[in-house]
Design a protein around this ligand. Structure first.
Ligand SMILES: Cc1cc2nc3c(=O)[nH]c(=O)nc-3n(C[C@H](O)[C@H](O)[C@H](O)COP(=O)(O)OP(=O)(O)OC[C@H]3O[C@@H](n4cnc5c(N)ncnc54)[C@H](O)[C@@H]3O)c2cc1C
Length: 363
């Protein structure tokens, strides 16, 4: 379907994180009329440091933020696996886990989100603390109602709203059809105060009961990580208290290494990243005037280390295709998928093996 190109297409992006902000930036550069709706009060902060790799560094360079990304680089010089008494049992250096030392950049997720927001915010409309409630497509556009009661019409909708995408649910159906749980949950939080474990190193304790706790110590920040095996759990994705309780319950009888101290930090935390380790696999990423981007389309799972890279590269490809298709959004969506799937699918295929390295099978 080709649309008259006389006035800029009005694009609504759901999600102001790495995928959504990168897409908003590029669409604005291509002179689209861009609105971003985000559940949080501002761009969604939180999480531990993430990697920006390969082609995503090119995207950052074209956006003019590569120097800032490189300046914000933090890193560790490897991992130590310890036993319940804290004694080292194995070591790994960064070369052993797919990382291109000297090329890939690891930085705080918050810093990357802020950099993306700073170069995007002018001339893009942001609707914070809001979400899409209904979407109705017809031949000429999409009618949207928002949680705050507004009703508006757009030409295209892009769901960049993560693993539990509302746009995917409203357009393609219940998430259980597309979200494949890998049997693990992960939680991450910044910890203050005295912690053990070597500075500039990630320390992991893998309990024989299929639970892992870790501590990543960067020069100025420390992050705790928990991974545990569980079938899909039912909880409110937006309730920090519910997530904290699930985590505390999962590790309640675990006394090894630093686990009790790290659980105290969980109890005191105001926010944490907690989610299922899952992959999104879909036969197609678009339907009519709606397309999905980033984790919403193809989450490779937290353990891939590629979520942000795929989000930034996908956003840049999608924007280029929409700009060059001159209104033929169906052609643009098909091209975007054709270019991105060969990068996404091998990444997803590597994840189950990575999971076995981090967590022992349950006894
Ligand atoms: C708070 C947080 C912390 C994270 N921490 C880590 C980490 O430490 N390590 C790691 O590897 N990955 C982490 N991730 C995931 C990582 O950001 C993504 O895998 C990757 O960057 C791809 O980004 P994305 O933009 O596709 O999705 P996400 O980063 O998940 O962003 C989705 C965005 O959509 C918003 N949103 C969700 N639902 C709605 C809705 N209904 N309406 C409007 N907006 C909505 C969210 O608030 C968020 O801003 C984290 C994600 C979040 C949200």
């Amino acid at each position: 379907m080709t649309q008259s190109y006389s006035s800029p297409l009005r694009v609504l992006i759901s999600g102001a994180s790495i995928a959504g902000l990168t897409l908003a930036y590029w669409l604005k550069r291509h002179r689209f009329n861009v609105t971003v709706v985000e559940l949080a009060q501002g761009p969604r902060m939180g999480g531990s440091p993430i990697d920006v790799r390969g082609q995503a560094l090119d995207v950052a360079e074209w956006m003019g933020i590569l120097p800032q990304i490189q300046a914000a680089q933090i890193g560790t010089d490897g991992m130590t696996f310890v036993n319940a008494s804290g004694e080292p049992v194995a070591q790994m250096d960064p070369n052993q886990f797919d990382e291109k030392v000297g090329e890939d950049v690891e930085l705080r997720r918050d810093v990357l989100v802020n950099l993306l927001y700073d170069v995007t915010k002018e001339n893009v409309e942001f609707l914070f603390q809001n979400t899409i409630q209904t979407l109705t497509q017809d031949a000429q556009g999409v009618d949207v109602t928002f949680a705050d009661g507004q009703a508006r019409r757009f030409d295209l909708i892009i769901g960049a709203d993560g693993l539990h995408s509302a746009v995917r649910r409203l357009t393609f159906g219940e998430e259980a059809r597309f979200v494949h749980h890998l049997g693990l949950y992960v939680a991450l939080l910044e910890v203050d105060g005295e912690v053990s474990g070597q500075k500039n190193r990630v320390t992991f304790y893998r309990s024989p009961a299929g639970r892992t706790a870790g501590l990543s110590r960067y020069p100025d920040q420390d992050y705790a990580m928990f991974i545990f095996r569980a079938p899909r759990l039912s909880y409110d994705y937006h309730s920090v208290e519910e997530k904290k309780q699930l985590l505390i319950d999962a590790f309640a009888d675990e006394a090894g290494w630093e686990v009790p101290n790290l659980l105290s930090a969980v109890k005191a935390a105001h926010d944490l990243y907690f989610d299922e380790v899952s992959q999104v696999r879909m036969p197609t990423w678009s339907q009519g005037r709606v397309a999905l981007l980033g984790d919403a389309a193809h989450c490779a799972a937290f353990l891939s280390g590629m979520g942000s890279t795929l989000a930034m590269v996908g956003a840049s490809v999608l924007a280029d295709e929409l700009a060059s298709s001159r209104g033929d959004y169906q052609h643009a969506f098909a091209q975007y998928e054709k270019i991105l799937r060969p990068i996404v699918e091998p990444t997803q295929a590597r994840v189950p093996e990575a999971a076995t390295m981090f967590v022992f099978s349950e006894e």
